[in-house]
Design a protein around this ligand. Structure first.
Ligand code: NAP
Length: 213
């Protein structure tokens, strides 16, 4: 049984990730939340919590962990300063801590479009910050996977996807499918030290994660 720190556990995707891990026999989730009031949601499902805010010292949360899934984000309506503090500097600090605590793997929830931040109006700083964190992870010597989905929806997951290192089109994907991909990435050898983009499609998720080009 591996201990998985879920950063951003209280988010829409993070809650799905935590539940999938809780239902698995191989992984035990630890939900990193930033307020005491957020703990009961997880504790009522038997999920342990760790308190931690990406803008403060959150090193305690890493004690006893084997791997980490980073699903946090400052949200779409925040200032550039907040985006840099959370999506960039918070993520970079998390990578440093994962390395310092000798964790085995860092799975990052990133985004499509980080290569061309100017392309989407209003998202420039967000995409630049995500890219800075992704690049830091690539250079960090941590074992990693970077998952880059298209637009997230709250539709039910289908586990039918299109995955490639670079997709030549935009698209959307349910958070549930992204959550499953983040969990599969904890173990799948093919995803070691790589990034991939994903949108909804017609191919099986797990098979695609083993075979994408
Ligand atoms: N929206 C899209 O279409 C899209 C597309 C591609 C990729 N993404 C990426 O996917 C991520 C997850 O999306 P989502 O919609 O599931 O996110 P979400 O519901 O907004 O959840 C984000 C989580 O991050 C946490 N967080 C924010 N600041 C924090 C801090 N300082 N310390 C610790 N935790 C903090 C929030 O905590 P609280 O619960 O305490 O507020 C929240 O639980 C996004 O952040 C983005 O990077 C999004």
């Amino acid at each position: 049984m591996q201990n998985i720190l879920v950063i951003g556990a209280n988010g829409t995707t993070g809650r799905l990730v935590s539940k999938i891990l809780e239902d698995s026999t191989d992984h035990k989730p630890f939900a990193m939340v930033r307020k005491d009031i957020q703990k009961p949601f997880f504790e009522n499902q038997g999920i342990e919590t760790r308190l931690g805010d990406l803008e403060e010292d959150f090193s305690e949360a890493f004690k006893g962990m084997d791997k980490v899934i980073f699903a946090a984000g400052s949200g779409g309506n925040t200032s550039d300063e907040k985006t840099i503090a959370v999506d960039q500097n918070g993520a970079i600090r998390a990578i440093e801590l994962a390395k310092a605590y000798k964790l085995q793997k860092f799975v990052m929830l990133s985004s499509m479009g980080t290569d061309n931040p100017q392309a989407v109006e209003g998202l420039e700083q967000y995409l630049k910050s995500k890219k800075a964190a992704d690049d830091f992870l690539r250079e960090s010597e941590m074992v990693y996977t970077i998952v880059q989905p298209g637009g997230l929806t709250n539709e039910r997951g289908t586990e039918k996807v299109e995955i490639a290192k670079k997709l030549k089109k935009m698209g959307q994907i349910p958070r549930e499918d992204v959550a499953k991909a983040l969990v599969y990435a904890l173990e799948l050898e093919r995803t070691k030290n790589t990034s991939f983009e994903m949108i909804s499609g017609d191919k099986d998720l797990e098979t695609s994660m083993k075979n994408y080009k």
